[in-house]
Design a protein around this ligand. Structure first.
Ligand code: ATP
Ligand code: MG
Length: 356
């Protein structure tokens, strides 16, 4: 049984690479800030990493550990929040099956984020049967913890909508909740699952470095990682292309460079001044803006570098694995309780198991 009455949060990352600045502004920053107010579960979607990298188990394992290091460096505290390793939570895999029956083939294949990923990740006609299934799996990841909020970037909104649909349908079908019930009242009306809400980050979609057409993504080679060195940060920022020719050419203060400026230079007066001078072509070169931007990003990352170095000194990967194991124990307590409630509602209560 869970011991806290705080409302819950569930969100997570797929170990397809390390964490980048898009993760920070889209979700991780919020997670760090909400750790006291909420009972937080942060999921490592390592099973979902296999949907695109089934031939690279060693990479998935290493990236899983690296993401935990990124979380700790960013300020996630495993004593306050629960780290959930997807492959060690059997209730998630079981719930995936049940939700797969409640969503239609078109709900899944028409999911705009999935359609976009099939195009941009070069999966074309060679993706695995398991790839589209990750969207249903994500409903189970979330609902296994019955959270109120899911802090995510904008690209995840269609997934959260699918999750809400699955939760409403389950509650209506198996718990006799009326379809006229307000989303906020499903549990009060006898449902097993709350209808969770997406909580978008301060920046909903950070573009990648380069021309900025795609979002920053660890799979697309356009990311600045939380673990990058100060030099790497400057080098990558220098890759941002605006097409502007000279410091006296009036520039567009909403272009990709300025989306970064808005996201990472926190002094609002300075941002306003830079935008004004840029728009007027008042002798402000892209190179200067990039330098100031890289300084601001490095100031954000410096305390993370310090924390990472401390964790690396004290125990390395073994210490990280211990943190994961402790999280798995806490996470299974909650997820098993959810599974029990769901199976009871589905008339599948033929005996409640205990996990060793
Ligand atoms: P992949 O390319 O493997 O899909 P990703 O970089 O998109 O990786 P995910 O693990 O899919 O990262 O996303 C984790 C979380 O970070 C999600 O909530 C997602 O919305 C958010 N996120 C990822 N990229 C960005 C971005 N560029 N801007 C804002 N939020 C983002
Ligand atoms: Mg993604």
């Amino acid at each position: 049984m869970t011991t806290t009455t705080k409302p819950r949060i569930l969100t997570g990352d797929t170990p397809t690479g390390r964490l980048h600045l898009g993760h920070w502004v889209g979700s991780v920053e919020r997670r760090v800030a909400l750790q006291d107010e909420y009972d937080c579960y942060f999921l490592l979607a390592n099973m979902h990493a296999f949907t695109t990298r089934f031939d690279k188990p060693q990479d998935i394992r290493q990236d899983t550990l690296e993401i935990v290091k990124d979380w700790l460096a960013a300020g996630i505290d495993p004593n306050r929040s629960t780290i959930v390793l997807q492959t060690e939570i059997p209730a998630i895999a079981e719930l995936t099956w049940y939700f797969a029956m409640l969503l239609s083939f078109n709900d899944v294949m028409g999911n705009p984020t999935l359609v976009h990923e099939l195009e941009t990740k070069g999966l074309a006609d060679k993706y695995s049967f398991g790839f589209p299934l990750y969207t249903v799996g994500q409903c189970a990841d979330i609902l296994a913890f019955r959270p109120e909020l899911v802090p995510v970037g904008e690209d995840q909104e269609p997934h959260i909508e699918m999750c809400r649909k699955a939760a409403r349908k389950f509650n209506q079908l198996y718990c006799d909740v009326s379809s006229r019930t307000e989303d906020a009242d499903y549990v009060k009306a006898g449902g097993v699952f709350p209808i969770p809400k997406a909580l978008l980050g301060r920046v909903k979609r950070l573009p990648g470095v380069g021309d900025g057409k795609q979002k920053m993504s660890k799979s697309l080679g356009n990311a600045i990682f939380l673990s990058d060195t100060p030099k790497d940060v400057q080098k990558k920022i220098n890759k941002i292309t605006t097409g502007r020719q000279s410091p006296t050419e009036p520039g567009d203060p909403t272009n990709i460079l300025f989306q970064f400026v808005e996201a990472f230079i926190l002094d609002e007066a300075r941002v306003a001044e830079l935008k004004d001078r840029y728009a007027r072509g008042d002798n402000l070169g892209d190179g200067h803006v990039k330098q100031e931007l890289a300084e601001a990003i490095n100031a954000l990352l410096e305390p993370m570098r310090t924390r990472r170095a401390e964790y690396e000194k004290s125990g390395g990967d073994d210490a990280i694995i211990d943190i994961i194991k402790a999280g798995v124990k806490k996470a299974n307590a909650t997820a098993e309780e959810t599974l029990h409630l769901a199976k009871r509602a589905m008339k599948l209560d033929f005996g409640r198991r205990t996990l060793a």
